[in-house]
Write a protein that binds this ligand. Structure first.
Ligand code: ATP
Length: 245
């Protein structure tokens, strides 16, 4: 298979806040049609790596080059669920970059919203208030918003965190369709089984980039033991590993 165009590249990047790096040595490339999974313990720097693309964290040194337009799916608990809008309204926000928020929405926008909700299995929830949906359904709406935006590079921060099994499968199916259509994805996850299942590359973080490569090369006991000092982790294939500090 021919290699896709570069969608995202980190070049020996140190990332952080107010001039202080919290994550060092990030160095990888994601191409069209590829999924890169970000894994690592709490506080490893997964969100920071994603936020550096969006200008929400600082590139202290090195370089981060992303191809626009970028879609971002934030952690669900960072949102105000009482927001008085419907699921369809939230998805429509993904179109604002294209139509300008002050312009009336057209038929094509409404069709794009319906299609995006359908792709995450929520076509029948379009008019339901966002805050009345379950956590998993809200997460699916946010994925639909990124789909409606027609972004070619999507950054998803823990999209499966606290999500029920039905929503998890709907989200993973939608992500698979996005990469099949040529989008590049970066997905952070605590779940190494999910990483092994969806990723072409896995990037293992803990304050610095410990490893990046094919899942079979990165998700090994030896590599994980080094990066996750003092944590119990679930390995792909249902095995568990207790890591001594
Ligand atoms: N706005 C901020 N200002 C300063 N430091 C921050 C800020 N946000 C995060 N950090 C610090 O950066 C480090 C990495 O945090 P980050 O949220 O990127 O990790 P994470 O891997 O996403 O963690 P989690 O899995 O718990 O969400 C942590 O030490 C955190 O305290």
């Amino acid at each position: 298979m021919a290699e896709g165009d570069v969608a995202l590249r980190y070049v020996t990047a140190d990332l952080g806040y107010r001039g202080r790096a919290v994550l060092r040595g990030v160095d990888f490339t994601v191409r069209d049609g590829e999924t890169l999974a970000l894994v690592g313990p709490n506080g490893a720097g997964k969100s920071t790596l994603i936020k550096a693309v969006l200008g929400m964290a600082e590139v202290v040194s090195g370089e981060v080059v992303a191809r626009a337009p970028v879609g971002y799916v934030p952690q669900i608990d960072s949102l105000d669920a009482d927001f008085p809008v419907s699921a369809a309204d939230v998805v429509l926000m993904g179109r604002y970059r294209r139509i300008g928020w002050w312009r009336p929405t057209g038929r094509a926008d409404r069709a794009a919203v319906r299609d995006a909700l359908d792709r995450v299995g929520l076509a029948d929830r379009a008019r339901v208030r966002f805050g009345l949906l379950s956590g998993g359904q809200r997460q699916r709406v946010l994925v639909a918003r990124a789909i409606a935006a027609e972004a070619r590079l999507l950054l998803l921060d823990e999209p499966l965190n606290g999500v029920d099994a039905t929503s998890q499968e709907a989200i993973l199916r939608a992500l698979g369709e996005l990469t099949a259509s040529g989008a590049a994805l970066v997905v952070s996850t605590h779940d190494l089984n999910v990483a092994a299942r969806i990723a072409d590359q896995v990037c293992l973080l803990n304050g610095r980039q410990w490893a990046v490569g094919a899942p079979a090369d990165v998700l090994t006991g030896d590599v994980l033991r080094q990066a996750y000092g003092g944590h119990a982790i679930d390995l792909p294939g249902g095995r568990a590993l207790l890591v001594e500090p």
